[in-house]
Design a protein around this ligand. Structure first.
Ligand code: BGP
Length: 475
């Protein structure tokens, strides 16, 4: 126990969620289908993500967890009350794009979809929880894939902007912190999820991935411009999935491998924060026959509209060496085991010190405020015979990470806040299943969608409330 407050008074503490992983109601009140609504659960999911072409229609023989998720759509009052009980000061949510523009290309938004989020924001206000909003969290409307080919089409910039403008006008008075794209860098490894790309028959996938990335980067910069114009004082952040790469040894070649692998992610932070393409990309593009369509107007927009802050998810670090392939599009990255680090049940390295390292690295590189918008342990939880759930493993994970966050603040890092991933159990983005749980609140729903949906507090529930109340003194 530190006995002293480790986090500043106005520090934002809370949790983070994504519409498709907890809302359910996938076709309610006029919502259209989004890409995740055709992603099945279980082993079929990885099959689908690798070859999406034949999976773009809902099939009767497959189970789609995002259709019901944990049915927050009907339980939002109860769930937000529980977040209030933990004394959250912030909740990061995403607006589910296809609730607002069902096919993505309509001229006018779906009023019923907008009203749903009005109600969610009203409810958050009751408990003085500040909403933090991701505009696009792996939820591109499916219509934009079928009709336009996803983010490989420049037209998506305009559809995205129409959607973003709708949100800024409707919710701008209630939301200060916005994020343009969740984990934008994940497009390199998961082009369907993060870029709505169907690349089954595309010969140069790297070309397609970086062209789509470019359009997303331009869309993000244009949205930043619009936000600043429409909502003075509001802030736009980029959002990276950040897992720093360590070199396996002090062999110079291994250091280069780690440097290059880090650039796969940092490229997205660099463009967002500096407003231009880093020169290290030139060689990579040349070697991979990538020729991007970038206009003078694009360059100007990127240059003039950099982000206000850098947000990121942190779950793990990685290790690499010169003998393992290090490419800037990381589809084939092979992890090297780090002997100093344990792994979760899902093989994710657990490295709290890596979070301090990441905070320092990102702050030094960008010199902009940072926001940790996801962190947590996915684990299987057991209910004891007395009904309790003793998730000490989750408490330990979060405790150790928060101690390192406090160290980074002492190092001089300017940090806006910390929101844990999935404060209530949600469908896993990776597996599409329920058994990988992150929550302080257990939800009775299994991998097949069975269960009462009862919400039950885990041991970590009280622990996290105490952390928030004491500003970290109990850590
Ligand atoms: C991030 C996503 C989240 C979330 C989290 C945990 O990549 O932004 O949507 O799901 O990872 O991943 P998983 O659900 O696969 O455990």
């Amino acid at each position: 126990m530190s006995q002293e407050a480790l986090f500043p008074k106005n520090f934002l503490f809370g949790g983070a969620l994504a519409g498709n992983q907890y809302e359910g109601g996938f076709d309610k009140d006029g919502k259209g289908l989004s890409i995740v609504d055709v992603e099945p659960a279980g082993p079929e999911r990885s099959q689908m993500l690798a070859h999406p072409k034949n999976y773009l229609n809902i099939r009767d023989d497959l189970y789609y967890p995002s259709h019901k998720a944990i049915e927050f759509y009907d339980h939002y009052k109860e769930d937000i009350r529980l977040f209030g009980e933990m004394h959250f000061s912030a909740l990061r949510i995403s607006v589910n794009w296809a609730r607002i523009f069902p096919n993505g290309d309509e001229e006018t938004p779906n009023e019923a979809g907008l009203e749903f989020y009005d109600q969610v924001f009203d409810e958050l206000e009751k408990y003085q929880i500040e909403p933090v909003v991701t505009i696009s969290h792996y939820e591109t409307p499916l219509g934009l894939v079928k009709k336009y080919g996803g983010w490989n089409n420049r037209k998506l910039i305009d559809f995205y902007l129409r959607y973003a403008e709708t949100l800024f006008k409707r919710y701008g008075s209630r939301v200060k912190y916005w994020m343009s794209f969740n984990e934008i860098n994940c497009i390199t490894g998961s082009p369907f999820i993060a870029g709505a790309l169907v690349l089954d028959d595309v010969p140069n996938k790297i070309q397609a991935i970086y062209q789509a990335s470019h359009y997303e980067l331009v869309a993000s910069a244009k949205a930043t411009k619009l936000l600043h114009k429409l909502v003075p004082g509001a802030q736009m952040g980029c959002m990276l999935a950040f897992s720093p790469f360590y070199a396996k040894t002090c062999r110079p070649e291994d250091q280069i491998a780690a440097l290059q692998q880090n650039r796969v992610t940092l490229f997205y932070g660099d463009v967002h924060s500096r407003g231009y393409y880093p020169t290290y990309m030139n060689r990579f593009f040349k070697e991979n026959n990538v020729e991007l369509e970038i206009t003078d107007e694009d360059r100007k927009v990127l240059k003039e509209n950099t982000v206000d802050y850098i947000s990121f998810s942190y779950y793990m670090s990685h290790t690499t060496d010169a003998d393992h392939k290090s490419k800037l599009a990381s589809e084939a990255f092979e992890p090297v085991k780090n002997p100093y680090i344990e792994e979760s049940d899902w093989g994710w390295p657990i490295d709290p010190v890596g979070l301090r390292y990441s905070l320092n690295l990102l702050y030094e590189r960008y010199q902009k405020p940072l926001f940790i918008v996801e962190n947590g342990l996915g684990a299987r939880d057991d209910i004891e015979s007395d009904g309790s759930i003793n998730d000490d493993y989750r408490i330990n994970y979060l405790n150790d990470h928060l101690v390192q966050v406090a160290e980074a603040i002492k190092d001089g890092v300017d940090l806006i806040g910390y929101t844990t991933w999935g404060p209530i159990d949600v469908v896993s983005a990776g597996t599409g299943e329920m058994e990988k749980r992150y929550g302080f609140i257990y939800v009775d729903r299994d991998n097949k969608g069975n269960g009462t949906l009862e919400r039950r507090k885990k041991k970590s529930f009280d622990w996290y409330r105490d952390v928030i109340d004491s500003k970290g003194a109990v850590l």
